[in-house]
Design a binder for this molecule. Structure first.
Ligand SMILES: Nc1ncnc2c1ncn2[C@@H]1O[C@H](COP(=O)(O)OP(=O)(O)OP(=O)(O)O)[C@@H](O)[C@H]1O
Ligand SMILES: [Mg+2]
Length: 587
C-alpha cells in the first residue's frame, strides 16, 4: 500500500477523515451482507414448514430485519463516501499546490524543456486520478475485502464441505487475478500509459505542424512520427491485452463455475445416502451467497486496475517533486556595480551530456554595451541565459559586481536584470498590464515607455488603446510588434542590466532604425548584452564577441575586428553584400 503512504504525506489532518471513511466502509459492508442471511433464514423457515406455508414463523420479522440492515448499510456507505470525497478533494488539492509550489522553484530553463502542456497534464490529471482513487476506489476496496472475508467465514460456519467446494474455483480464479495485477503487469501498464501519452503529444504536434507540412508538401514524412507513435501504442496495447488474455479467460471461467462445484457436492451428498430435504437449506444458503464472491472479486479486479492508474499518477507527480529545486541564496548581498564576469564557464544542458559552452572567460564593464554574434547554434542564447540563472553553470562561475550569481537572492537578481527574449511572449491580459507587469509605475511612465519603444502605432491601431486585451476578439500581435512591446516592458522595469536576444529580429528596415534608437536610449548607463544577426545594429557597441561552437573566437570593437580581417570581417562583408543585393533587387 505504498500509494496510500505517499498520499497520506499530502493529507495533513484529512488523513483521519480518510480513515473514518474506511471504517464506515467496513461497517456498511458487514451491514449489507446481513440481508442475505435474513433472506436465507426466510427461505429456511419456509422449507421447514413445507408445504404448510401458513404455519411459517418469524418470516415477516426476518424480512423486516433484511430491509432495515440493507437501508442502514446504504446510509453508512453514503457517510463513508461523504468523508472520502471531502478528504480526496483536499488531498488532491494539496498535491496540486505542492507540485505548483515546487514547479516555480525549478530552474527557469526547465520550462522550455518540459512543454507547459505536459506539466499541466501531469499536475492536473495525475492529481485527479488520485482523487477518484481516494473518493471511490479506496472505500470500495475496503468494502469489497470485508465482504470477501465475511463471506468466507460464513461459508465455513455453515458446512465446510460446501465451503471447500466453493473455495476451489474461487482460489483458482484469485490466483489468475493476481497474475493480472502483479508487478509485471504494472510495468506493461506503465508502458501502455507512456505510449498513450506519446501518441497524444504527437497528435498535437502533427495538427500544429499542418500549415508547415502543407506548404512544404511533406505529408507522408511528417506523418511518419505520428504514425510511429500510433504503431507504438498499438504494440503496447496489444502486448498488454495479450498478457491479460489467458489469466482473464481462466479467471472468468473459474469465478463463474462455483455453481457446478456446488451441484457436484450436492450430488455427492445424495449418493452417500443423505436426504435431499436435510441438505437443501445448506445448499440454498451457498446458492444465495456464492454469487457475491463472483461479483466482489470482479469488482476488486477493476478497482486494482484503477489503483494502478492512481499509482502511476502519484509516480508522475513525485517525478516532478524529485526534480532538484533551484537553490537561491538567502544572503542579503546587494549588487554594488554591474560588471559581469564569466570565469572559466562551461555548460551542458541538464540530461543532455553534450557540452555547449567551453571554458568561457569574459569581462563586461558596468555601463558598457557588448554584442554576441556568430553562427546559429553557437551558444549565444545559452551564454546570456546563464546570467539570470535560467540554468546554473556546469563549471566555473559568473559574477555580477564581483558577487557570484549563486550568492545573490532571487529578488535582487531578478530586479536587476531585464531580458527581451528571442521568442517573446505576451500574457493574455491588457497591453497596459503586459507592460506594467506589476511594477510600481504610473500610467504616464507606461505611456512614455510605449512611446520610447516605438509602440505608438500598435496601441493606436486598437480603439481601446492600452486597455486592449491580448487574445480577446482576435487581438494578436505580430512577432515584431510583440518584441517592441517587450522592449517597452524592459523600459518600464528600468533595471541596470539589459539582455536583448535578437530584439530586432522581426523589425523591417523602417522599424529597425526606430528600434535601434529605442535600444540606444534604453541602454544608456546600463550594462547591455545584445545578440544580433543584423550586424548593422551593433557597429557602435563597445565590444563584439564572435561565438562559435561554444567558444569565443574573436573579440574587439567593430573597427578592430574589421582590421583583424578574421571571421567577423567575413561576416561583415557577407552582410554588406546581402544588403547591396537587396538594394539592387529593389532598383
Ligand atoms: N534546452 C536545450 N536542451 C539541450 N540543448 C539545447 C537546448 N537549447 C539549446 N541547446 C543546444 O545548445 C546549443 C546552443 O544553442 P543556442 O540556442 O545557445 O544557440 P544560439 O547561438 O543562440 O543560436 P541562434 O542564433 O540560432 O539563436 C545548440 O547546439 C542547441 O542545440
Ligand atoms: Mg539564440
Amino acid at each position: 500500500m505504498s500509494i496510500l503512504k505517499t498520499l497520506f504525506a499530502y493529507a495533513g489532518k484529512y488523513k483521519y477523515l480518510t480513515l473514518l471513511s474506511l471504517i464506515f466502509s467496513f461497517i456498511s459492508a458487514v451491514m449489507l451482507l446481513l440481508p442475505f442471511i435474513w433472506i436465507w433464514k426466510v427461505v429456511a423457515a419456509l422449507l421447514e414448514v413445507y408445504p404448510n406455508f401458513t404455519q411459517v414463523k418469524d418470516a415477516a420479522q426476518y424480512g423486516w430485519y433484511a430491509l432495515i440492515s440493507a437501508v442502514g448499510g446504504v446510509l453508512v456507505y453514503v457517510m463513508a463516501l461523504l468523508c472520502s470525497h471531502l478528504a480526496a478533494f483536499r488531498i488532491a488539492a494539496n498535491m496540486r499546490k505542492k507540485a505548483m509550489h515546487h514547479v516555480v522553484r525549478l530552474p527557469l530553463g526547465y520550462f522550455s524543456e518540459e512543454g507547459s502542456g505536459k506539466l499541466r497534464k501531469i499536475i492536473d490529471e495525475s492529481a485527479a486520478s488520485t482523487e477518484t482513487y481516494l473518493a471511490h476506489q479506496l472505500p470500495d476496496m475496503v468494502q469489497l475485502m470485508t465482504t470477501v472475508c465475511a463471506v468466507l467465514i460464513c461459508l465455513f460456519i455453515f458446512d465446510w464441505k460446501f465451503a471447500v467446494a466453493s473455495l476451489i474455483p474461487t482460489i483458482l480464479a484469485l490466483s489468475n487475478m493476481f497474475k493480472m495485477v502483479g508487478k509485471g503487469l504494472q510495468k506493461a501498464m506503465k508502458d501502455y500509459m507512456d505510449a498513450l501519452g506519446d501518441m497524444s503529444n504527437e497528435a498535437v504536434e502533427y495538427v500544429r505542424g499542418i500549415p508547415v507540412v502543407k506548404t512544404f508538401q511533406q505529408t507522408v514524412y511528417s506523418f511518419e512520427r505520428f504514425y510511429n507513435s500510433i504503431k507504438n501504442y498499438e504494440k503496447f496495447a496489444l502486448g498488454y491485452t495479450d498478457q491479460m488474455r489467458i489469466p482473464m479467460t481462466l479467471f472468468t471461467t473459474f469465478i463463474n463455475s462455483i455453481f457446478i462445484f456446488l451441484i457436484g457436492t450436492m450430488i455427492l451428498f445424495i449418493l452417500n445416502g443423505f436426504q435431499i430435504t436435510s441438505v437443501l437449506p445448506d445448499f440454498l444458503f451457498y446458492v444465495i451467497f456464492t454469487p457475491i464472491i463472483a461479483v466482489t472479486t470482479n469488482k476488486i479486479m477493476f478497482a486494482s486496475e484503477n489503483t494502478m492508474l492512481a499509482q502511476d499518477g502519484v509516480n508522475r507527480i513525485e517525478g516532478i517533486l524529485h526534480q532538484k529545486p533551484f537553490e537561491y541564496s538567502n544572503r542579503s548581498n546587494q549588487i554594488q556595480n554591474y560588471d559581469i564576469e564569466f570565469h572559466h564557464v562551461s555548460f551542458s544542458y541538464p540530461d543532455s551530456g553534450v557540452e555547449v559552452l567551453h571554458d568561457i572567460n569574459l569581462k563586461i564593464k558596468s555601463g558598457t554595451t557588448i554584442a554576441f554574434v556568430g553562427k546559429s547554434g553557437g551558444g549565444k542564447s545559452t551564454l546570456v541565459s546563464l546570467i539570470p540563472r535560467f540554468y546554473d553553470v556546469t563549471k566555473g562561475s559568473i559574477t555580477i559586481g564581483g558577487i557570484n550569481v549563486k550568492d545573490i537572492s532571487e529578488k535582487e537578481l531578478m530586479s536587476k536584470i531585464s531580458f527581451v527574449f528571442q521568442d517573446s511572449h505576451l500574457l493574455k491580459k491588457s497591453l497596459y498590464e503586459n507592460i506594467q507587469m506589476g511594477f510600481d509605475v504610473t500610467k504616464e511612465q507606461v505611456e512614455t515607455a510605449v512611446h520610447r519603444a516605438q509602440c505608438d502605432d500598435i496601441v493606436n491601431k486598437f480603439s481601446r488603446g492600452l486597455e486592449t486585451q491580448i487574445g480577446s476578439q482576435g487581438v494578436y500581435l505580430s512577432g515584431g510588434e510583440t518584441q517592441r512591446m517587450t522592449l517597452a516592458r524592459a523600459i518600464v522595469k528600468d533595471s541596470p542590466i539589459l539582455l536583448l536576444d535578437e530584439a530586432t529580429a522581426y523589425a523591417d528596415s523602417d522599424n529597425e532604425v526606430l528600434m535601434q534608437k529605442a535600444i540606444l536610449e534604453l541602454s544608456k548607463n546600463k550594462t547591455t548584452i545584445m545578440i544580433a544577426h543584423r550586424l548593422s545594429t551593433i557597429v557602435n557597441v563597445d565590444c563584439i564577441y564572435v561565438v562559435e561552437d561554444g567558444t569565443i573566437i574573436e573579440s574587439g570593437n567593430h573597427q578592430q575586428l574589421i582590421e583583424a580581417n578574421g571571421i567577423y570581417a567575413d561576416m561583415w562583408n557577407n552582410y554588406c553584400q546581402s544588403i547591396d543585393w537587396k538594394v539592387g533587387e529593389i532598383q
